[in-house]
Design a protein. Sequence first.
Lengths: 98, 500
Amino acid sequence: MSNISRDDVANLAKLARIDMSDSELDHLSNELAVILDAVARVQEVAGADVPPTSHPLPLKNVFRADEVRPSLTPEEALSGAPAQEEQRFKVPQILGEE
Amino acid sequence: MALKYEDVIAKYEPVLGLEVHVELGTESKMFCGCNTVFGAAPNTQTCPVCLGLPGSLPVVNGKAIEYTIAIGLALNCSIAPFSRFARKNYFYPDMPKNFQTSQYDEPICVNGYLDVTIDTEEGPKEFRIEIERVHMEEDTGKSLHMGGATGRIHGADYSLLDYNRAGIPLVEIVTKIIPGTGKYAPEVARAYVSELRDILRGLGVSDVKMEQGSLRCDANVSLRPIGVEKLGTRSETKNVNSLRSVERAVRGEMIRHAELLNKGEKVVQETRHFHEDTGLTTPGRSKEQAEDYRYFPEPDLVPVAPTPELIEKIKKSLPEKPSVRRKKLQEAWQVPDKEMAAMINADVLDLVEATVKLGADPTRARSWWLGEIARLANEKGVAAAELPISSADVAEIVALIEKGELTDKLARQVVDGVIAGEGRPAEIIKSRGIQVVSDDSALMVAIEKAIAAQPDVAEKVKGGHLPAAGALIGAVMKETKGQADAAKVRELLLKHLGQA
């Protein structure tokens, strides 16, 4: 059984800005442990001769030329924004008063 | 009462660490084709990729990779045969993706160094600054904090985001810890950023404008009692945006740390903001809860594995090093070491070079940039390059002096006029009515008048007592409102009195 503690889950929730109740934390730490176990089985298959990879295809050095392409109009860019002001994305207060 | 700098260095050894961020001068962004021009209207240079819209996929700008390799090579780094991008995860609206594409444990360049020379009381002294890594990332968007009293993030009611800058290629150059600079720590920090800027400018990879933020320095400073091995707690002063500020920020932090340590208090490990007006720093975000960015390899980008052929090609195209260029200039201009160091320190070398290229005599060009112009810059608390006077203006003024149309004194008035924004030299000479009185007959009238007013002085000069001539020359200069060439007046006067 993988080891993911309730504190680990609480910390992750905090980093991801997800508000979780006590019962949700209990529930998820068990559930995540099961998921981690499932993923860990892949590691059993991969021997020392299989290098870790970040990409399913053996590609490297895929570059584009340094050419300017058309951007969105500001109206298009802002069309999905919940709020805007002065042609900028408007976001709620980031940090409170110290 | 603030602690004196001498008392700080008598007791403590500073240790520096410098992180410099450079925006690359590519036409398009790091992972998409959006324009990178500075100063465009908000959110006119964005697309689904740099806005992080679902389904969009980034592709690396090949030019940015070449620029970064060039920077690494110029800083004597090894170029990694294999490197990857990573996601740096954090929740902050300056990146619309909720992560910044950066590099983590596989940077593109590692283990380099940069030698810098500073002018000390014991003559020029060289310090080797070791480079830990040079890695690629993307710049963030620009926030405006609205409401609240100060425009700062604390106490703001809400913030407005412009993502034009988000995704512009950014290179981060990180030094290893820099011990052993002692009392010269502030000067070494400044010299490092200055030398780095010259190298980057020479490579043509960035416009390196500190005032526009295309080159920014974060200065880590810690103190340890002299003789102690263990490093002290550091503070990180963010986004210091001029060479002068780098020096001031390091010195200021050294004094602040020493005051805390002398009182038996602890230095808090935190980021701090530098304030240009006071030269002091204030706390930013505390690093007490270590940040957890949960880096992981970026699955949407494939690895970068520069071939030896590419590295060799870039190596061959590297321009001459700034130190080599400076040596050549020094020889061509016949400048003593001390004057050379003064030009570098005042950051006028490029300006002097440009002035000389326009035909000015090197010695005259140098003395204007280091003299009157540097004095005015100092008075205004800005760099000479920021004053509204160009190398073309100075070259024009020097040419007028050489033609005898301006005296040094009048030329200073022209310089003042240019800096005051009154126009170009020729316009100021016209508008201020500046002209050298060189018509001998007009001068003779003034000389005879002066002799008539002070016959006893004239007798003394006639009798061979030449220093007395000063009083007569002074009277002539007064009569001509300072527009005559004093040397010329002296020559005519002495001739008239039979002493030449």
